[in-house]
Design a protein around this ligand. Structure first.
Ligand code: ZN
Length: 303
């Protein structure tokens, strides 16, 4: 900004000397008065111009001074910019995380819903040495299965390879065994087989297998989420087994002692419905629906 020192340009009135010199003393007097007046006007204008320039300069200095920040102020502003930038990055990451978790959650639930509609039936490979009826009042287990909402579920009395429990028992070296299996290949079937002499243990094993059906009806998406989180089924296998036996004990009144000498004892102190999900959550598995608000980036609170 420049300031003109000469006042004439600042819109001063057009005061001009007379074009013709005065011929008479009277006129000279008048000319002197005009000259004096002109000088006064010029002086006044010059003073006004200088004062204006000074005021403007002062103002400029004040503005410049107000722009100068202390190191503390500069650092506060730099921090604020850095925090804002971190927050933008964190918010973008949180949005990506939420969208990805949401997609995976929906996908896993859709897979399980599709799986539930499958009606594959096993080919009975090896007849059960114990026969084709569960000892006791519910020979095909349908009354019990119906009572837990598993009307569509049937028992396959099969000692073939699909009966993982029966074969697991054989490998342990026992002479006579009872074993069962629930396989996701056959959503609506429970495998059951036993050797003669093991009749009294068949019912608890049957109920245990039915509890596996329950687990997959209710927790299968969480098992898929475990895969996604890199938690393998080996990592929660013992808990899956114990949870099935404990549900049989705590919910359906099977004596805990019936499972003590099996590969799946109920050894969870204070078991409760939902215990397995909580256990999976403790391993870092997402067991609850992703909610956008859980992904919000919180403001950094500075002391
Ligand atoms: Zn089991």
């Amino acid at each position: 900004m420049t300031v003109d020192p000469a006042p004439s340009a600042a819109g001063s009135p057009p005061v001009l000397p007379p074009a013709v010199p005065p011929a008479a003393p009277r006129r000279r007097g008048a000319g002197w008065i005009i000259g004096l007046s002109l000088s006064l006007v010029l002086l006044l204008l010059l003073a006004a111009g200088t004062g204006g320039a000074w005021l403007i300069w002062q103002q400029r200095e004040r503005v410049l001074a107000s722009r100068v920040m202390s190191p503390e102020q500069q650092s506060t502003i730099a921090d604020a910019f850095a925090a804002a930038s971190d927050k933008v990055t964190a918010t973008q990451q949180a949005t990506t995380d939420y969208e990805s978790d949401r997609r995976a959650w929906d996908d896993e639930h859709a897979q399980v819903e599709e799986w539930k509609t499958r009606t594959d039936s096993p080919l009975l490979a090896v007849p059960n040495p114990g026969g084709s009826a569960i000892p006791g009042p519910d020979p095909d287990g349908s009354a019990f299965l119906s009572s837990i909402g598993a009307d569509r579920v049937q028992v396959a009395f099969d000692a073939g390879d699909d009966n993982c429990g029966y074969h697991l028992s054989e490998r342990t070296g026992y002479e006579i065994v009872v074993g069962g299996c629930y396989s996701t290949r056959y959503p609506s079937w429970l495998f059951l087989a036993w050797d003669p002499g093991m009749e009294s243990s068949v019912w608890p094993v049957f109920v245990h297998e039915a509890m596996h059906w329950y687990q997959y009806q209710n927790y299968y998406p969480a098992f898929l989420a475990a895969d996604r989180a890199g938690v393998t089924d080996d990592q929660y296998g013992p808990e899956l087994e114990a949870d099935a036996s404990c549900r049989a004990v705590y919910v359906y009144g099977i004596p805990a002692s019936d499972y003590v000498d099996t590969s799946s004892p109920c050894d969870i102190e204070g078991w409760y419905d939902g215990w397995l999900l909580d256990h999976l959550a403790s391993l870092g598995v997402q067991v609850t629906e992703p909610v956008a608000s859980d992904y919000e980036v919180l403001e950094v609170v500075r002391p």
